[in-house]
Structure formats: structure tokens, C-alpha cells
Design a protein around this ligand. Structure first.
Ligand code: MRU
Length: 357
């Protein structure tokens, strides 16, 4: 059993304990985070990662920021909160959960400050909001896992990418949560995991979670996905998402888009599992989703060793965008959106009362 991805310790003042995911699978080490800049650093270097998890981490990071300075009044605390939220928001631009976690926590502080609360009460309110975000993420994962398990068949080969399990959330996970839930209920699945270059979330994290749960795992280099799909051993491709545009285009870990193309070519269903908050109705289409570009050293080196000659340039986007037309369906905690397009996504958000968020 791995320690929780993230936990708050104490009240206000308190601190965050994070499992340092950069050291997995070899070493289980916990980080103690006491400042918002410490949280920003942990998010930036992927000590904590995965869209839902960084949404929760951002909210708690804001609470840390609010307890760092003595302020004379609520207005000064609010100004501190806005500054803190702005640099936390800049750590990773693609996952909308981070923006939502920060905005929601800040909005709570704003509301209570307008109602006359003093700085200490505002800090406690921010902590209560961050805790609520964590609980809601856990519950959303549970419901996605239940909702999605009907997509799987006994004995089936499932291909997944990156890590969408407990390490990427504060619950059981999204796409991987579906697999784990089905496995716990006795379904025999053969799970194929792309290693997910360059940072190897598939091999380091997903394979670890699946093996810990006793699931059969086959690891593949990302470039072997075409051969695997052509072999007919995959019945379904199941991935997560960092942000979904209003028209159903899906931003997820780099390498997801080629999997969707391959799935279409080989007539294999391609499902995306994500909490509703991942859908960003303010973004009309995938081309407007900000895609994080990461440093060249992630590609030039492997395991601390240089693997390319001097003088080469590097293209290292952390995410890609899969067009909605390649997506068989989106699984959320409130049900599925089959064959997503703008009409179906907007109608779904209306039905869930989330169209204005
Ligand atoms: O760069 P990462 O490891 O944060 O990327 C994670 C992914 O792309 C996941 O698929 C996504 O965040 C969904 S996690 C439930």
C-alpha cells in the first residue's frame, strides 16, 4: 500500500504531506510542504501530478500561502491570497483542475471576507474549502469507477497511458480507477501500459499501482502501440484528461492522440474518464487549450545520463489534444457523454447544472 498522494496535517497553521512521485517506484519518501512556494515547486517538478491531484494540491497550497504572513486585516489577507493563487496557477497551465481549485478556494475567502470575517476565520474557511475539494475528488473517482466498469469485459485487453490512478487523484483514480474497480470485483483484465516517455508515468507509476493491486500488467514502449493494436489484443483504450474543451476535444498526456488515431484505425473503442470539472466550457475547441512545454533536459537525459549529442534541439510538449471525433465517449461521475461534440457536451453540462462554471 502506498501512502496517500496528499494529506493535510493539523489545522491552521498546518502543513501538507506529499508522496514524492519523482522517486517512485524505487523509493517511498514523503515531503513536508509548509509554504506555497514549496507547493509550487512540488507541482512544477511533478512530485505531485495528475490533473485532479494538482487541483487539490493548489487549493492546499493557497491555504499554506495564507498562513505564511501576519496581516493587519482581511483586505491584506485577500491580497496575499490573490498573489499566492496567481503564482500557483502558473506552475502547470494545462490541467483546468488547478485553476478551479485555486479559484474556488479564493472565492470562498472573498465571500467570507465580504461578510466581515477576520483573517484567522478566513484561513480556516480556506482550509475547509480545500478539504471539501479533496473529498469531492475522492467521491467523483468512486463514481467514475462504478460508471466506467460496464465498459470492460472479462478477459479483455485494456490499453492505458500515463497515470490516472490513486497517485493522480485523491481517490481511486479515473481511467485506472475503472480498471481497479473492475479487478476488485473479480473481472480478469490484461492491462497494457505505455511507458509514457519522457517522464515514464506509465512504467514508474501505473505499473506500480496495478501490480500492487495484483492486476496483470504488460509494459510497452510508446512506439509499440501500433503493433499492439494491430495484433487484436486490445478491446478498449482507456485514458484520462487534463482539460476537455466545449466541443469534446481532449487534452491529455503527450502520446494520447496517436493512441486515439490507432484505436480508430483498428476499430477499438477509445474512452476518456474524467471528473466533470475537467470540462472547461469557456474553451470552445482543443486548439485553445494551453499546452505546457517542458524543459529539454527531460528528453536529452534518461535516468540522469545524457542520451543525445550536444547541439540538438528538443520538442517536449507535456500534453496533446485528441479531436472529439476520435473519442468514443467521456465517462464522468454523473454519467457518460457518448460521441462527444459541442451539442452533447453543453447539454450534459446543463443537465448536471454545471454549464456556467
Ligand atoms: O504530467 P502529468 O503526469 O501530470 O500528466 C497526467 C496526465 O496526463 C493524466 O492522464 C491526467 O492528468 C489525468 S489524471 C487522472
Amino acid at each position: 500500500m502506498l501512502p496517500p498522494t496528499l494529506a493535510w496535517e493539523g489545522e491552521v497553521p498546518g502543513r501538507v504531506r506529499l508522496l514524492d512521485q519523482t522517486l517512485l517506484p524505487g523509493e517511498i519518501a514523503l515531503l513536508e510542504i509548509r509554504t506555497a512556494s514549496g507547493m509550487a515547486d512540488a507541482i512544477r517538478r511533478l512530485a505531485i501530478r495528475g490533473a485532479p491531484a494538482i487541483g487539490v494540491a493548489g487549493a492546499f497550497g493557497l491555504v499554506l500561502g495564507l498562513q505564511e504572513e501576519d496581516v493587519p486585516d482581511a483586505a491584506a489577507l485577500l491580497a496575499l491570497g490573490r498573489r499566492t493563487a496567481s503564482f500557483l496557477r502558473a506552475t502547470r497551465p494545462t490541467a483546468v483542475s488547478l485553476v478551479r481549485g485555486l479559484d474556488r478556494t479564493l472565492a470562498r475567502v472573498e465571500r467570507e471576507s465580504a461578510a466581515g470575517a477576520a483573517p484567522d476565520a478566513l484561513r480556516r474557511a480556506a482550509l475547509a474549502e480545500a478539504r471539501a475539494i479533496l473529498e469531492e475528488d475522492r467521491e467523483a473517482c468512486r463514481r467514475i469507477a462504478e460508471e466506467g466498469s460496464s465498459l470492460l469485459r472479462d478477459g479483455q485487453g485494456v490499453l492505458t497511458h500515463c497515470n490516472t490512478g490513486a497517485l493522480a487523484t485523491t481517490g481511486i483514480g479515473t481511467a485506472l480507477g475503472i480498471v481497479l474497480h473492475a479487478h476488485e470485483r473479480g473481472m480478469r483484465l490484461r492491462v497494457f501500459v505505455g511507458e509514457t516517455r519522457p517522464l515514464l508515468q506509465g512504467s514508474r507509476l501505473t505499473a506500480l499501482e496495478l501490480r500492487a493491486a495484483g492486476v496483470e500488467v504488460t509494459l510497452l514502449p510508446d512506439s509499440a502501440a501500433g503493433s499492439l493494436l494491430r495484433s487484436g489484443r486490445i478491446g478498449v483504450v482507456l485514458v484520462g484528461a487534463d482539460r476537455i474543451a466545449r466541443n469534446g476535444d481532449v487534452a491529455n498526456k503527450i502520446g494520447t492522440y496517436p493512441l486515439a488515431l490507432l484505436a480508430r484505425e483498428h476499430d477499438v473503442p477509445f474512452h476518456v474518464a474524467a471528473p466533470i470539472e475537467t470540462i472547461d466550457p469557456r474553451i470552445a475547441a482543443g486548439s485553445a487549450i494551453p499546452v505546457e512545454e517542458r524543459g529539454e533536459e527531460e528528453v536529452l537525459s534518461l535516468g540522469g545520463r545524457r542520451v543525445a549529442p550536444e547541439g540538438v534541439k528538443v520538442f517536449n510538449p507535456a500534453f496533446d489534444v485528441t479531436p472529439a471525433r476520435l473519442v468514443t465517449g467521456i465517462v464522468t461521475e454523473a454519467g457518460r457523454i457518448p460521441a462527444p461534440d459541442e451539442g452533447r457536451v453543453v447539454e450534459f453540462l446543463h443537465r448536471c447544472g454545471r454549464a456556467r462554471e
